[in-house]
Design a protein around this ligand. Structure first.
Ligand code: 2IO
Length: 422
């Protein structure tokens, strides 16, 4: 029988307000925390989380069949195993690295410059709602070869898809709404996928349509699921990571000044942001056999949630884990976006995020564009910082004031420095 702690719940408002305040107690006193209402186990120690994510026989991604498949309209990459997984993962990894990534960086830069321009003379921007959210959707639409003018509609559908996957307890009417969103997104995608099958281009949808596995092309259902998978995975964590990076740098002015002086420190700042406040806080698995963690039994068939935020602040893995420090000696920036990362924000093991290199390049490109333009950047007067979400988590908004800029940002793309109004 699992031990239930009646004084504490991960589903409480107290936890939702500031999860990191509970991480140390969970790791020390309740490293295998059981939540009766959702019949799930929450693991908070770095070593236990790593074990779950790398022992693929004992802990599988079967949980995604109920958590993701209904809104993905088919199986996602993380659900697959064996030769099918290896082959399809390779296609996706290739689409987000090497020469393909270079084109994507140009799309990131162009979209970022366009979105930013109207805010520069104002000297105020909400980095989440004015910028990060539309940017993430528009860039992903560009990569997929979809019409970026559809971004608002696609964004609304993705909201429903994301709510389904990341909802810990979902009311029946919300569930219905999420499924409606997914069905409409599918209806939007299917004719485009069928058209790309006949007339392939250089975009990712065409690559998925023409790729073969075991001599057989993927079905439209399989391509649809992978496209929705890419959409949600590239959109949901992106605005959060960008806003968290700026939040932490503004809170740590000396580190902000150093990054401004030396932009080669940006990858370290991004890696530390991911460690300190991972945008994906939970990764679910199913225990296939009886297991034991720190003396507590987890039965076969159980749903296990890896608590990435808690694992990333485990003193057994990082020194002074509750400090944001882009210079920390144990950060290992170069490894931070690879399978050898010590933080677990991209997961680890066979299913580790295939978009990690893209994520790094996207955030780095945008931050390198923003930093010189947002001179004297600070929180807007009266702005109250608030984070939301248990599964994916980030700022609800990030209202920033900065020195208004006279020239258009697009000048910057020509290499000319922007002019600040003094
Ligand atoms: C989409 C949670 C946004 C993924 C998921 C069902 C599978 C997988 C993840 C990330 C981020 C999402 N899991 N991306 O944690 O593709």
């Amino acid at each position: 029988m699992p031990v239930v702690d009646p004084r504490f719940s991960i589903l409480s408002e107290d936890f939702a307000a500031a999860p990191h305040r509970h991480f140390a107690r969970l790791r020390e006193r309740s490293p295998v925390h059981y939540e009766p209402e959702i019949d799930s186990y929450f693991l908070s120690r770095h070593q236990d989380v790593r074990r779950v994510l790398t022992d693929h026989d004992a802990f599988t991604t079967e949980t995604l069949q109920v958590r993701a498949e209904p809104v993905m309209r088919g199986p996602v990459l993380a659900q697959m195993t064996g030769a099918e997984h290896t082959a399809k993962r390779k296609i996706v990894v290739r689409a987000f690295t090497g020469p393909a990534l270079q084109d994507q960086i140009r799309a990131v830069h162009a979209n970022a410059a366009e979105l930013l321009t109207p805010f520069l003379p104002l000297g105020r921007i909400d980095l989440v709602n004015d910028f990060g959210k539309p940017l993430a959707v528009r860039v992903t639409l560009d990569v997929l070869g979809l019409d970026r003018n559809d971004w608002q509609q696609v964004s609304a559908w993705l909201g429903g898809v994301g709510e389904f996957i990341t909802g810990i307890v979902l009311a029946p009417e919300r569930r219905r709404h999420c499924l409606d969103c997914a069905e409409q997104l599918e209806a939007y995608l299917v004719p485009i996928i069928e058209q790309r099958r006949r007339h392939p281009g250089a975009d990712l949808i065409s690559k998925l349509c023409t790729a073969e596995f075991d001599g057989i092309a993927m079905s439209t259902r399989d391509v649809t699921a992978l496209v929705i998978n890419v959409l949600i995975a590239a959109v949901e964590p992106a605005d959060k990571t960008l806003a968290l990076l700026f939040k932490h740098l503004i809170d740590h002015p000396r580190q902000l000044a150093r990054v401004r002086r030396d932009p080669t420190l940006l990858p370290a700042a991004i890696a530390e942001t991911l460690r300190y406040t991972p945008p994906v806080q939970l990764i679910p698995r199913r225990a296939e056999q009886d297991a034991e963690f720190a003396g507590t039994a987890v039965p076969a068939g159980a749903t296990v949630f890896c608590m990435i935020g808690a694992a990333n602040r485990d003193p057994d893995a990082f020194t002074a884990p509750d400090a944001f420090d882009l210079h920390r000696p144990d950060l290992g920036t170069a490894r931070s976006f690879t399978a050898a990362a010590q933080h677990l924000s991209f997961g680890t093991g066979l299913h580790q995020c295939p978009g990690a290199a893209f994520a790094r390049a996207e955030i780095e490109t945008v931050a390198a564009l923003l930093l010189p333009l947002l001179d004297d950047v600070r929180f807007s007067p009266g702005f109250r910082y608030r984070e939301t979400g248990l599964y994916t988590r980030g700022p609800a908004a990030l209202s920033l004031d900065f020195a208004p800029v006279r020239d258009r940002v697009t000048d910057q793309a020509d290499g000319r420095p922007p002019g600040h109004v003094r």
